[in-house]
Design a protein around this ligand. Structure first.
Ligand code: G6P
Length: 610
């Protein structure tokens, strides 16, 4: 994880670096730092532990640091505790090289030992200091310049990295390289920007170069040159990105999370409309033919909330299309030597398109000759580029670490795919398909109605300030919704929450139920709601405080302490509506506890390390 920025041009670098880092704080926020080269050639490094605001204070928003070329970093600690000393940038021993790094150098111990044998001393616990020293070692040993030095490093390093490097002897250049960690270069007039992600530089330019895996670049004030690992020049074209800079601002909301919750009706509508043509699903923009989609085995791979989308979609696809679907955590899939039929289709779901495990799962599938389809939000991201086909969601930039609108748009794409698979399998005629599509088109309005009914959730959160353990239970799709609801509550409010398949609770977990334990029962799947209701009765009789969440108008076969309803929809699409009150609940509990809703402790939005 971590966010990297860089600037070289005619303006003062530090204020620009800080401004860009603010847009990358979602990638990590336990320490931050800058290295700026003064006109005298000195590289000044300033680092602080804690949020970026501390670095802004220390440098008077960058005005106290002089120089027109620099690099910056916001950290999510992997090697070494979050401290000023371990914060980036890191210099080699004599200051020849200064580095910021995103990723993990897996063989850092072995390289560190080699460097110690060659007289290097280490002052931090980071893998990045090893990179700085190794670059210094190759630079001095082979005396063939920065590109050669970085290429040697890339051949020797295992793991993932995006690097921005200042060489003391090259005052007018920044060097960068990447492997499995994202990095882009923005082009201005007489200036260039470096960032881990496009929104960081949108304020300055919309012209972007994407650096591919295993590539390097030399960035000067007037030009940029790209190289492959053999040090050969690589031709690259600048792309004009279509992104609204203001889309990543809070727009009057107190937090990004609540703003993004409120953006769901629009995001879902936009995503649906992008792939609907009247009464038909139309993925032709994504070059998705029936031949490509035809499969006898679907394997969904994803992490976090995107995995929970996969669990919902598994139920929907199996119900509608009767194709077997497996959902796997990408981090497991990539290492467990999975059995994949020749005609399998691997579907990767990812908001960022950069999650290391999901990307690795896509590569694993491709290596085995299996087709890959990605559902991704961030245009041009690694997963989007590497999968055989990509369907983009239209959530827009999502800044809050806890995902909301991306989850909802991923569901929307999943439903459309389910309809396509059902049509291809001959299990859905035009009339049935049109009916489902009509129902899908009504979802944004129904989400809007839920957003107008926030008060009971706000009040409930305020009335239950001391909740300690929460259980969310349901069956089928209701269980899948609980998984996402529980994750939301855990990540932003730090309340221990578990999602349970309602029928499974009595096989052990029920022993955790005490007087007053909150149990949320989701009851939208009518064929099994009575069963879930019986499970709720079981916990109620052991002292649990029961709250049900269900469709308006449905009879709830259990006497609950609280009940919340959402507008009714087809049971298959229940997740799109039920998730909204659960997101709101997590948000308000977090607020109630005075926590940092948008940047919960220990987390980062885009997990580009294993
Ligand atoms: C992180 C985020 C989650 C997200 C997961 C997968 O853990 O905090 O909200 O679901 O990564 O991210 P992706 O970008 O692949 O959807």
């Amino acid at each position: 994880m971590c966010g990297i920025v860089g600037y070289i041009g005619k303006k003062q670098a530090a204020p620009i670096l800080l401004e860009a880092l603010k847009k990358l704080e979602y990638r990590g926020y336990d320490s931050a730092g800058l290295a700026v080269r003064s006109d005298g050639g000195e590289v000044n490094v300033i680092k602080t532990q804690g949020r970026l605001s501390k670095l802004c204070d220390r440098t008077q928003n960058g005005t106290a640091v002089e120089g027109t070329c620099g690099i910056g970093h916001t950290r999510w600690a992997t090697h070494g505790e979050p401290s000023e000393e371990n914060a980036h940038p890191h210099k080699c021993m004599d200051g020849t090289v200064t580095v910021v790094h995103n990723g993990i150098l897996e063989n850092y111990r072995e390289l560190r030992e080699k460097l110690v044998r060659n007289g290097y001393t280490f002052y931090t616990q980071t893998d990045t200091e090893v990179i700085a020293d190794l670059l210094d070692y190759y630079y001095k040993k082979y005396k063939a310049g920065p590109v050669d030095t970085i290429a040697r490093f890339m051949m020797r390093a295992r793991g993932s990295y995006a690097l921005a490097v200042l060489f003391k002897d090259c005052p007018d250049d920044i060097y960068v390289a990447r492997k499995d960690s994202p990095m882009i270069i923005g082009a201005g007039r007489g200036e260039y920007f470096i960032a881990s992600d496009v929104p960081a530089i949108l304020k300055y330019t919309k012209r972007v170069y994407y650096i591919e895996n295993g590539e390097m670049a030399r960035i000067g004030r007037e030009s940029v040159e790209f190289y492959n690992i053999d040090r050969e020049p690589v031709e690259k074209h600048c792309v004009r990105v279509k992104m609204d800079e203001n889309a990543a601002e809070k727009g009057g909301y107190e937090h990004f999370m609540i703003k993004e919750i409120h953006e769901q009706p629009k995001a879902v509508e936009l995503t649906l409309n992008s792939y609907l043509n009247g009464e038909y699903v139309d993925f032709s923009d994504c070059k998705l033919t029936d031949k490509f989609l035809q499969t006898d085995e679907i394997v969904i791979v994803a992490c976090g909330s995107a995995y929970h989308v996969g669990v919902v979609i598994q139920y929907v696809v199996e119900k509608l299309a009767r194709i077997p679907v497996r959902v796997e955590l990408a981090s497991e899939f990539r290492y467990r030597d999975p059995v994949l039929g020749k005609n399998a289709l691997v579907v990767a779901i990812s908001q960022s398109g950069e999650t290391a495990d999901t990307l690795a799962a896509v590569r694993e599938a491709k290596e085995r000759g299996v087709r890959t389809l990605a559902i991704v939000n961030v245009r041009g991201s690694s997963i989007a580029r590497e999968a055989d086909r990509t369907i983009y969601t239209f959530a827009g930039p999502e800044i809050a670490v806890a995902t909301t609108k991306a989850y909802s748009t991923q569901l929307a794409v999943g439903y459309l795919l389910a309809l396509e698979w059902a049509r291809i399998e001959g299990r859905l005629d035009d009339v049935q398909c049109a009916a489902y599509i009509e129902e899908l088109r009504s979802l944004p309005q129904k989400i809007e109605e839920i957003l107008q009914n926030k008060t009971p959730i706000q009040k409930f959160s305020a009335d239950h300030p001391t909740m300690k353990d929460v259980f969310m239970i349901g069956r089928g799709i209701d269980y899948a919704i609980c998984m996402e609801g529980a994750l939301k509550l855990k990540e932003v409010s730090y309340v221990h929450t578990e999602a349970y398949a309602a029928g499974e609770l009595k096989h052990g977990t029920i022993s955790l139920i005490e007087e007053g334990t909150l149990v949320v029962g989701v009851l939208t799947q009518r064929g099994v709601s009575e069963k879930t209701a019986s499970n709720l009765e079981e916990v109620r009789s052991r002292g649990a405080f029961i709250v049900t969440v269900a469709f308006e108008g449905d009879k709830i076969p259990v006497e609950a302490n609280g009940a919340y309803t959402v507008p009714a929809t087809d049971e298959l699409f229940a997740a799109s509506l039920i998730v909204v009150p659960l997101q709101l609940f997590a948000y308000y509990v977090s607020l109630q506890r005075g926590l940092d809703v948008d940047k919960p402790r220990n987390l980062a939005k885009s997990v580009t390390v294993e």
